[in-house]
Structures are given as structure tokens and as C-alpha cells.
Ligand binder design. Structure first.
Ligand code: ZN
Length: 299
């Protein structure tokens, strides 16, 4: 039996114990009642590491089988255990998270290697693992405050799909990273609030459904932007299955996305793509973090 611990640190922290790539018992959560979407943003990085260590120690302790690997998924660019950038969790930027968490865990008598990966990659790994598709290319868009792109199997690279340029309009400058014309600058939650100072994103989509022309136009742009980025990845890595998930996946209308994609992908060998919405589910990412730690190289 293989035993691993998977943790996800995005809008909150969720940690669980995996046995043979399956979640056992109830995951631990911080905060216990997740209300605010930005609950972690104001917490210093050292305290976040302590929360992770506390969770991991509770799940590792008192069980028969020792833990073989610990996987932690975080938003941003993560390479070789270092968080190189994390626009939506800025206090962890530059952190040598694998090393720092490993040290705190060693102090608690836990010696298993710590693998840190990107949160969207963890979802892709989790989907692949739970659907028996670990041998296939799996791609995931996460639609939340930021826009994440994840893929399984792991390949060396940056893969910041949310920052793909989808428009040449110089007025498109709402992306959290400061880049012009980015996908996240159209689709991200914060970006939408900056664009529509007079209404919340939920109201934009509700008004669009009621027929408001300005909101309808934006909702169409939102879907066209996602179609453009997806079409680019189809043209680079081929068709296949794309999953969509995240806090705000409820805004997504798959038929509208598909109709735009069909205008953008015209080469017949590339048209066999499929699109699927995954319900927002922390457990998939947690499983993926653990599976990535057991199977993937360091990131
Ligand atoms: Zn950007």
C-alpha cells in the first residue's frame, strides 16, 4: 500500500491522507468554516507553513503505514520546490516552500519528502487519477480570482495559461500581473470587478441572462477569451479533453464556449476535443497533490 498526504493551499487550506491514491477519512480544513474567498491573503507565510505542518502531523500520526510522500499544491509558478511567483497569494512569492515545510515537519519527526506543485496541475493529476486516465493528456482550466491552467502528465515548463495573450486591444489591462491583453484580465474575478466598478461579477452574468446588452457583450467576450486560449493549446498540444472547474465555473456556458471554439479550430485532426465542467471539489486537487508527489518529478 502506498500512503501519501496531499494538501491544497488556494483560497483556503485542505489536507487529506491518501492510501493507494484514494482519500481516507475526512480532510482537514483551514479556516474550518471557509466564508471569505480571500481568507489566506492576510496571513503571513510562516503561519501558513505552520498550519500545513499541523494538518500533516495530525494525518501522519498514529497510523500503521508510514507516509511516503507529501504533496502541496499552491497557485502560481512553482519550480523545484520554490514558489517563483504567486499573484493571488503574494506572501508566498519567493518562498522555498518544500524546504521550509520539510524543516518544520522534521522538527515534528516527519521525514517524508515534500513535493510542491501548481494547484491547477494538481487538479489535472487528480482528475486523471480518479478516472483511471493517468496515461492520457489531461488539461484543466480553473476559473476563480485568477485563471489557472493545469496539465497531467507533468512536463517541465511554466504553463501560466491564465496569462496567455488573447487580445491585442491596448485597453485590456486588468490582469493582476500587470500584463496587457491577458486571459485573466478578462476572466478573473478581480479583473471583472475593476472593469465593472458599478456591479459585482455575479450581477454582470445575471444581467446578461436578463438581456442587458452591455453585460451580454462582456459575457460573450469572456467566453471568446477562454475559447481563444483553449484553441491555442489545441493548436500546440493537440485536441483531447479539457476540464473546467473553480470557484466561478458557474459563469461558464459550455455551448457558448464550444460555438466560439468551433470558429477558431478548423483543422480536422484538431476538432476531436471535448469539454467538461467539473464541480468545484477540493478533494480532486488534494488527491492530485498526493499522486503528483508519489509519481511526478519535483516542481
Ligand atoms: Zn497576466
Amino acid at each position: 500500500m502506498t500512503t501519501a498526504i496531499g494538501a491544497v493551499m488556494t483560497e483556503h487550506i485542505v489536507t487529506g491522507r491518501l492510501e493507494d491514491q484514494r482519500l481516507t477519512g475526512e480532510p482537514l480544513r483551514f479556516p474550518e468554516n471557509p466564508a471569505e474567498p480571500d481568507a489566506l491573503v492576510s496571513i503571513p507565510s510562516g503561519e501558513l507553513v505552520e498550519v500545513l505542518a499541523e494538518h500533516i502531523a495530525r494525518l501522519a500520526g498514529g497510523k500503521a503505514a508510514p507516509v511516503e510522500a507529501i504533496g502541496v499544491a499552491v497557485p502560481g509558478i512553482v519550480r523545484h520546490g520554490v514558489v517563483e511567483d504567486s499573484p493571488n497569494l503574494p506572501q508566498i512569492k519567493g518562498m522555498r516552500l518544500a524546504e521550509e515545510l520539510g524543516k518544520v515537519l522534521a522538527g515534528r519527526g516527519i521525514a517524508a519528502p515534500v513535493h510542491v506543485g501548481n494547484d491547477a496541475d494538481a487538479i489535472a493529476a487528480g482528475v486523471a487519477a480518479t478516472r483511471g486516465r493517468l496515461d492520457r493528456l489531461t488539461r484543466v482550466w480553473t476559473i476563480g480570482n485568477g485563471i489557472g491552467y493545469g496539465r497531467w502528465p507533468y512536463v517541465e515548463g511554466v504553463w501560466e495559461g491564465g496569462h496567455v495573450t488573447v487580445t491585442l486591444d491596448p485597453r485590456e489591462r486588468y490582469c493582476g500581473c500587470g500584463g496587457v491583453g491577458h486571459l485573466e484580465g478578462i476572466m478573473g474575478y478581480r479583473a471583472m470587478r475593476l472593469r465593472f466598478l458599478d456591479m459585482e461579477p455575479e450581477e454582470i452574468f445575471a444581467n446578461a441572462r436578463k438581456g442587458d446588452a452591455r453585460c451580454r457583450k462582456f459575457v460573450d467576450l469572456w467566453h471568446r477569451a477562454l475559447a481563444a486560449a483553449t484553441a491555442s493549446f489545441i493548436h500546440l498540444a493537440g485536441p483531447g479533453r479539457f476540464y473546467f472547474t473553480g470557484h466561478n465555473v458557474g459563469f461558464l456556458e459550455l455551448p457558448l464556449l464550444r460555438s466560439h471554439l468551433e470558429t477558431m479550430v478548423k483543422m480536422s485532426p484538431l476538432q476531436s476535443f471535448s469539454l467538461e465542467i467539473l464541480p468545484q471539489d477540493d478533494e480532486i486537487a488534494l488527491i492530485g497533490a498526493g499522486v503528483g508527489a508519489l509519481r511526478g518529478p519535483g516542481r
